[in-house]
Every structure is written in structure tokens, then in C-alpha cells.
Ligand binder design. Structure first.
Ligand SMILES: [Zn+2]
Ligand SMILES: [Zn+2]
Length: 443
């Protein structure tokens, strides 16, 4: 018995699956089940802060694959617990690689018409009932993480070190990554040596990926502006100071920050996305509230925007002859802001080479930087302390994409009701890409 046991032990690495297994054939065999999982998650989207079901599906899948899993990782500033998931697989000495996927959906009524479309409504944080849709493809990301988890177990003989899979909640509200760090993610589970992640896109065909070195997505800064005036009867504007007129002037004036004060070589965006003031046509209100987002790739351009908003706010107050207690205020919301997403050049070069090897050079493109933002960069810590690479996963039906581009159009993109990833090649490519990259970074 004893010699048999030794013989079996010695034989195991040779006869067990890993030696015969390669990434593409393993992923091909897993893809049908993963597509079912994707459709299930897609049909049951959950808003940021409410990812109970999705996070549990991810946690159970990682547990079943052999990972040590912790749920409810993350704490928001109000003290509430987030739905973050951490799955750890130790495989001998070596570096720690963190793979990040986000899990939340958006308050959008789905209009894709696919058989697995969402019909879900739920109450948002403000208590309003809204339609919910995976309109940013975080269902793709979660599913790709499940597939990658399984593939990395099957490929255990090809890598060593520690794999740390992080299911992040609340990307759309850009407070999920911060909540996980605030809950001592790195103290509890170890500080990773490297971080990777992916996001799907309407700009590339399913079966392909895109990558960029250096600054890849802009920083996002949320800013509230309150323009105060002196309310009164709409028939007697001379008796007060109309904040709606002041708001109109201010909104027009702040557009000159980008066009006249910023360096044209350093792109910046200032958008007023929400304006609220007044109750009735014949009442002049006391104040108007503006919600702004700004996007930039440097601290300099971000600071120029904030300084411009403050100076012009002071100018509005002065020009209306308002007293200090009626001053227009500008408040930067750090909890709702996120840094530039910076892809570490050395690591990204290795990732790109791996993607070319795994998918073929024709299926890997170099992509422009995006003015959109992503909070995955928060995990890299200030000054890009931990090397991070975030690549882009093509998700569109190639035939439809070619036809759209030939007509000079784009297919519906993320954050729209008709954003429609093509499940099968997208998920297969995502798992192949992520697994190949993870193996190459865990050598
Ligand atoms: Zn999004
Ligand atoms: Zn997204």
C-alpha cells in the first residue's frame, strides 16, 4: 500500500489535468456554463451598494473552485458594509497578483430586446424606484472572473505565487474601491505586487482586446456649486437677486475655463450634469444647485478647473452685490472623485505581449486614452505605487460593428439602454486573455 501510495503521488503531476491542459481548450470547455452564468447575472442586475445576489454568486463560484473566500468586504463612509468579495488561492512562493472585477449595474431600463434582458426594478439609494440594467457590462467582468478563477486552478502547474481575486461593488458610484481599502483590504489579505483588470467596450469586436500604456482614463472630480440669491415674487425681480439668472451666467462663463485657461495639449472636461432651483414660474428662488463633473489627466489641469470655478463663483457674488453670507460656494466631493487610471508601462508591455501571443496580433489593438473614469486606479494607491494594467475587451457582434463603422456610426455604448455585448466570443476571449495575463505575471 505504501509503495502504491508513493507511486500514485509521484505519478499525479504527470497524469493529472494541468500537464495536458492548455488555456484555450480549458476555456472552450467552460464557456457554455459561463454564458449561462452571464445571462443569469445579466437578467438580475443590482444597483451600486446593493450587489447582494451578484456578490454571492461570485463568492460561491470561487469557493467551489477551491479559493478561500471572504464576503462583505468594504465599508462606506456612513459605516454601512459593502458587498465586496475576496477570493485567495495560494500556490507556493512567488508574487501576489490581484485581479479586479466590478459587479454593479445602472439605473437604466433595458431596451436591447435580448431573451435574457433585465425586467428588474429596485429602489435606489434615494428611495426612488428605477429600472436596472447591466448597461456597463459588469456582468461580463464578473463572469470572466469566475472563468479565470477556474482556469487558474486548472493551470496551477504553470504559475506560482498568490492569486487574489477581488469582486468590487459600487464602481458606478466610484466609492466601492475606496470602501474596500477602508475596510483594510491589503492588511487583511495582503498587499498585491501587481494588479490587472478589464472593461468591455462597444468600440471593439468580440474576440479582440485593446490596451494602452500610461494614462488611460481621466480622473473624475465631482463638484457641487450652490448659487445663492435673494428670492421673491417673480413680478418684482428688482426687489431681490435672481439666482437663476446668475446660474445661467455662471454656467456659460465656466465653459471658458477649458477654452481659455487650460493648456490645449492637456485635455479637460467641465460638465454641468444636474441643475436644480425654484418651485414655480412666478417665484424667484433663494438658490440654485449645480452638480458638476470634471475630467482631466493631470493635477495641474484639475487644479485649474477648481480655481476657475472658485474665482468665477466669487465674481458672480460680487457682480450681484450680494453679502458674504449669500456667496456662491464651490465644494469638491473627494468621496465621489477618482484618480487618473495609469497603466504601468513595463507591466503593460508584458501584458500586451502576452495578449498578442494568446489571441494573435490582429486581435490586439492600441487604443486612445478615454475621458471616462474608472475607480480601479484607487487600488494602485497614490502615485501608482502598485503596477496596474487595465485592458479593454471587445464585446460587439463583429458583423454589426463592421456595418455600423461602414455607415460612420457607433453601436450603442456603455450607459445606454441598448448596450449589447455578444456573450459567447466576448466571455471566451475575456477568460483566455485574463488567464494568459495572470499566468505570465505569476512566474
Ligand atoms: Zn459604467
Ligand atoms: Zn463600467
Amino acid at each position: 500500500m505504501r509503495s502504491f501510495a508513493i507511486a500514485a503521488f509521484v505519478c499525479l503531476p504527470l497524469s493529472a489535468a494541468p500537464a495536458a491542459q492548455d488555456v484555450p481548450s480549458f476555456v472552450n470547455s467552460e464557456t457554455p456554463a459561463l454564458v449561462d452564468t452571464y445571462k443569469d447575472i445579466h437578467a438580475h442586475p443590482e444597483l451600486s451598494h446593493f450587489e447582494a445576489r451578484t456578490s454571492h454568486i461570485l463568492a460561491e463560484a470561487l469557493r467551489a473552485a477551491g479559493y478561500t473566500v471572504t464576503e462583505r468586504v468594504g465599508r462606506y463612509p456612513d459605516g454601512s458594509q459593502a458587498y465586496g468579495v475576496v477570493g485567495v488561492l495560494k500556490n507556493g512562493p512567488g508574487p501576489t497578483l490581484m485581479v479586479r472585477a466590478d459587479m454593479d449595474a445602472l439605473p437604466i431600463v433595458e431596451e436591447t430586446g435580448v431573451p435574457y434582458a433585465s425586467h428588474v426594478t429596485m429602489k435606489d439609494l434615494a428611495g426612488q424606484t428605477v429600472g436596472v440594467m447591466h448597461a456597463c457590462g459588469h456582468d461580463v467582468h464578473t463572469t470572466v472572473m469566475i472563468g479565470t478563477a477556474r482556469a487558474m486552478v486548472a493551470m496551477k502547474s504553470q504559475w506560482h505565487g498568490t492569486l487574489m481575486l477581488v469582486g468590487q461593488p459600487s464602481e458606478e458610484t466610484i466609492d466601492g474601491a475606496k470602501a474596500m481599502l477602508a475596510d483594510h483590504l491589503y492588511k487583511r489579505f495582503g498587499r498585491p505586487d501587481r494588479i490587472i483588470g478589464l472593461h468591455d467596450t462597444n468600440g471593439l469586436a468580440a474576440g479582440t482586446v485593446g490596451v494602452r500604456s500610461g494614462a488611460s482614463a481621466a480622473s473624475s472630480t465631482s463638484i457641487d456649486v450652490v448659487i445663492r440669491g435673494i428670492g421673491g415674487h417673480g413680478a418684482y425681480p428688482n426687489a431681490g437677486r435672481d439666482p437663476i439668472t446668475l446660474a445661467a451666467l455662471y454656467i456659460t462663463q465656466i465653459q471658458t475655463i477649458v477654452s481659455r485657461e487650460e493648456d490645449p495639449q492637456d485635455p479637460t472636461v467641465v460638465t454641468v450634469g444636474h441643475i436644480e432651483g425654484g418651485t414655480k414660474r412666478n417665484i424667484i428662488p433663494d438658490q440654485v444647485k449645480l452638480e458638476l463633473t470634471t475630467r482631466s489627466f493631470s493635477d495641474k489641469s484639475r487644479d485649474t478647473v477648481i480655481r476657475g470655478l472658485e474665482q468665477m463663483a466669487a465674481g458672480i457674488t460680487a457682480s450681484a452685490g450680494l453679502p458674504p453670507e449669500k456667496a456662491t460656494t464651490v465644494t469638491v466631493l473627494d468621496d465621489e472623485s477618482t484618480p487618473v487610471l495609469y497603466n504601468d508601462p513595463a507591466q503593460t508591455a508584458l501584458v500586451r505581449a502576452t495578449l498578442v501571443k494568446a489571441l494573435g496580433a490582429d486581435n490586439v489593438s492600441d487604443i486612445p486614452r478615454a475621458m471616462a473614469s474608472e475607480d480601479v486606479g484607487v487600488f494602485a494607491l497614490p502615485n501608482h505605487e502598485i503596477p496596474l494594467t487595465y485592458f479593454i475587451l471587445g464585446a460587439m457582434d463583429p458583423v454589426k460593428l463592421t456595418a455600423a463603422h461602414a455607415a460612420g456610426k457607433e453601436l450603442p455604448g456603455p450607459h445606454t439602454s441598448r448596450f449589447e455585448p455578444l456573450p459567447e466570443p466576448t466571455i471566451r476571449t475575456g477568460v483566455t486573455a485574463m488567464t494568459s495575463v495572470a499566468i505570465s505575471l505569476l512566474q
